[in-house]
Design a protein around this ligand. Structure first.
Ligand code: PEP
Ligand code: MG
Length: 761
């Protein structure tokens, strides 16, 4: 692959204009000379204004208290330098800082967010474009240009300013300017911080702060061909390094699968061509890798869907390795020796970074960012390492060698715990070990309640990697395959052929187990960067999911065609998301019929059996349920959205998301109603929302009568333990007694019941 890289890149037309070349050349000159930071900033703003033919170029730097200080300008009143301050979020400059992305305003002066700072005398300037100055995800400032006329800044100009901002970011990050020093938060002597439990477990040990690897040195390249050659060599070395890791006989199947995915990344044409283009734009290979990494990170971070965010950590790890090789490390910098019981504290990390440590010494992992399906989590799970995430500023709060307790059963981190807490911890550790042993013993036993009710345990998946990593888990099928995830990971809509391959791969990896494909559920927080974004005020209730695919029928048709082709000669199970009334379902199903007919006419092989169902996530469907059930082959309850809409509570809003409990009589009665209507007419009904992954909720669901659950794969062990330790009829009677009581949630009662009856919650 990499042997062709130079050839490929030579075919890419050189996009650099004369002004670009000059500005980069001059920038290089400024950077090569010794001079105070202020002088350098002054010179940069001057040369940008001159070469970009703009009337103003200003550099704002982030100061303590989230204030942006005007540090250098060509064009604004020089007296306003160090005198003008804008809060992050204030004015157009503040907006660029807040959004951390380039923004361009043709009529800046008329914009609602425009804030006039009289001392700058900027009244005369009508248009503005600015880019954030970001170093390793940290905002350092804003670089902006202005013109006296209304002006639409061309994309090439935005990109050029981004390149210049990147040079400035490196310069500012390595400068001694006081404002840019890391803000250290001193930990209290004993502190307890709540986080998110990712892999349950308990551990105690010494903190090791994980450091990201090498930083990019030189940003601007002199010789494009040389940089491309360097990239080729580095890619080969990284591939070699991963191949060596793959030969490690101690790797589990899960870990091997992850490294295989890494290898795929190193051969990803889209990624490599982006890096190559950045080199074409004047960057060194390492700066180009960093730029692309930053871009991908920023794009992914815009999406609130956890799945897609998680993939970014793998890219980061890989990009870091590549930078390390480009900087001349012959092998990846090995993490130094760590003490025997170490707890690694990191902002985020890729799986290989974790494996760089002597994992036999790693007893826990604390992440600032991370969630269930990150690859590092999958590796940690296979190594039995408890993980908690969501600990803001963990790398600053925790000091190296602090004593830490990771309580990933409750989602708590203790820093330098007191003796009492340590004693309590010891007791809980013993209990926890008993619980783990129990899960393992039950692995091959059936998911059956004490009174003989069989429960079908399925998993939720979305990328084939998810399935690859379930090799030694026992489950009955994939109850929810979220097809939007491959769409989100693409640069453009995957065509029918590409989609067919993706779905076929999922079927192969499911090894004959049924897979329920869900049609595209985009919109709301799952944004496709290449698809129209209407900027709605309330996207969760807006143009999303089936509403989009019914309105843009070609998207739905292409996807249905791919499902049909992927399942040719086998069974096809599919469902539609966000259906709010029967007609929508019938309309969508009619489209499937058209596609089936079309495929038949073309002589294609059809699926042997087709089951079409719907997600039940919109409350309006509850009132059409008897009619709906005449047409569907199955129902899958999306409790995440159903609860959000039933209680009018945004599921992604941390202020209110847990205001109402899904174990409230209201919600349980709703679920029971659905269950009962379905069983009256023999339509299978499963639950695929997060509820089906949580022990106490599972006890309630099984108690209500649900026998099909689809969950996060990590929950299979604990869910089976709940199922096997409960008596369905008894729990049913208990729940029924509570449903008519005027309480907000039966959670405490259910918990006491579970404890009294030895149910494994
Ligand atoms: C749900 O809403 O419960 C569901 C499973 O769908 P998603 O989480 O993908 O919206
Ligand atoms: Mg949903």
């Amino acid at each position: 692959m990499s042997a062709n890289l130079l050839k490929q890149s030579e075919e890419i037309p050189v996009r650099q204009s004369v002004s670009e070349r000059y500005v980069l050349k001059d920038l290089r000159d400024v950077m090569s000379k010794e001079m105070p930071l202020q002088d350098r900033l002054d010179q940069i703003t001057n040369l940008v204004a001159q070469h970009l033919n703009v009337d103003v170029c200003s550099c704002y730097i982030l100061r303590p208290g989230d204030m942006l200080e005007l540090f250098a300008t060509k064009g604004l009143d020089p007296k306003s330098v160090h005198e003008t301050f804008l809060r992050v979020g204030e004015g157009l400059i503040g907006e660029i800082a807040l959004q951390k992305k380039p923004l361009s305003f043709e009529k800046a002066w008329e914009h609602a967010s425009f804030v006039y700072k009289p001392e700058t005398k900027e009244k005369a300037f009508k248009s503005l474009m600015g880019v954030p100055i970001i170093h390793r995800e940290t905002l350092l400032g804003v670089l902006a240009v202005q013109k006296t006329v209304e002006y639409q800044f061309p994309t090439e100009m935005v990109e050029l300013l981004e390149t210049i901002a990147m040079v400035m970011a490196e310069m500012l990050a390595s400068s001694t300017i006081k404002t840019l020093e890391k803000k250290f938060v001193t930990a209290h002597k004993h502190s307890r911080i709540e986080g998110v439990r990712l892999i349950e477990g308990l551990s105690v040990g010494k903190a090791v702060i994980h450091k990201r690897m090498d930083s990019v040195g030189i940003i601007l390249a002199r010789d494009k061909r040389r940089e491309i050659k360097k990239l080729e060599t580095a890619l080969k070395s990284v591939e070699g390094e991963i191949n060596t890791m793959l030969t490690n006989p101690n790797l589990t199947d899960e870990q091997s699968a992850i490294f295989e995915t890494y290898l795929m990344f190193t051969q990803d044409k889209g990624w490599i061509s982006k890096i190559t283009k950045a080199i074409e734009g004047g960057l060194t290979a390492e700066a180009a890798v960093q730029k692309v990494e930053d871009e991908i990170t920023a794009r992914m971070k815009m999406m609130t869907d956890p799945y897609i965010k998680e993939r970014i950590h793998d890219f980061k790890d890989l990009a870091n390795r590549l930078i390390c090789h480009l900087n001349g490390c012959s092998t990846h910098k090995k993490a130094g020796q760590i003490p025997k019981n170490s707890i690694i504290v990191a902002k985020s990390m890729g799986p290989a970074e974790l494996l760089d440590y002597d994992v036999s010494r790693v007893k826990g992992l604390v992440l600032e960012e991370g969630s269930q399906t990150m690859h590092v989590i999958i590796v940690a799970r296979s190594l039995n390492i408890p993980v908690i995430s969501g600990i803001e500023n963990a790398c600053q709060i925790v000091n190296p060698s602090d004593m830490l307790i990771v309580d990933a059963t409750r989602g708590e981190l203790y820093i330098n715990p007191s003796d009492d807490i340590l004693d309590d911890f010891e007791t809980r550790l013993k209990q926890h070990k008993r619980l783990q042993a129990k899960y393992n013993q039950q692995k091959t036993l059936p998911a059956e309640t004490k009174d003989g009710v069989q429960i079908s345990l399925n998993i939720n998946a979305g990328l084939s990697a998810d399935l690859l990593n379930t090799k030694d888990l026992l489950f009955d099928g994939v109850g929810l395959y979220r097809t939007e995830l491959p769409f989100m990971a693409s640069e453009q809509f995957p065509d029918v052929q590409r989609q067919t391959l993706i779905y076929r791969r999922a079927l192969i990896e499911a090894k004959g187990r049924p897979v329920v494909f869900r049609t595209l559920d985009i919109g709301s927080d799952k944004v496709l960067p290449y698809f129209e974004n209407k900027g709605e005020q309330n996207p969760a209730m807006g143009w999303r999911s089936i509403r989009i695919t019914l309105d843009r029928r070609a998207i739905l048709r292409a996807q249905l065609r791919a499902f049909i082709r992927a399942t040719a000669g086998r069974e096809l199970r599919l469902m539609f998301p966000m259906i709010a009334d029967l007609q929508e379902f019938l309309d969508a199903k009619k489209t499937l019929d058209i596609e089936l007919e079309r495929e038949k006419e073309k002589g294609g092989v059809l699926p042997t059996k087709i089951l079409v169902g719907t997600m039940l996530e919109v409350p309006s469907l509850l009132f059409q349920l008897p009619e709906l059930l005449k047409y569907v082959d199955f129902i899958s309850i999306g409790t995440n959205d159903l609860a959000q809409f039933l209680f009018a509570t945004d599921r992604g809003n941390p202020i209110i998301w847990n205001r109402y409990d899904c174990l409230s009589p209201v919600f349980l009665k709703t679920l029971k109603y659905i269950h009962d209507r379905c069983s009256e007419v023999g339509v299978p009904c499963s639950v695929c929302g997060e509820m089906a992954s949580r022990s106490l909720e599972v006890m309630a669901l099984v108690g209500l009568g649900f026998t099909r659950l689809s969950m996060n794969p990590a929950a299979l062990g604990s869910v089976k333990a709940v199922v096997r330790s409960m008596d369905q009829k008894q729990v049913h009677s208990f729940i029924m007694e509570q449903l008519s009581t005027p309480i907000r949630s039966i959670r405490p009662l259910l918990r006491s019941y579970a404890l009294d009856h030895d149910i494994f919650i």
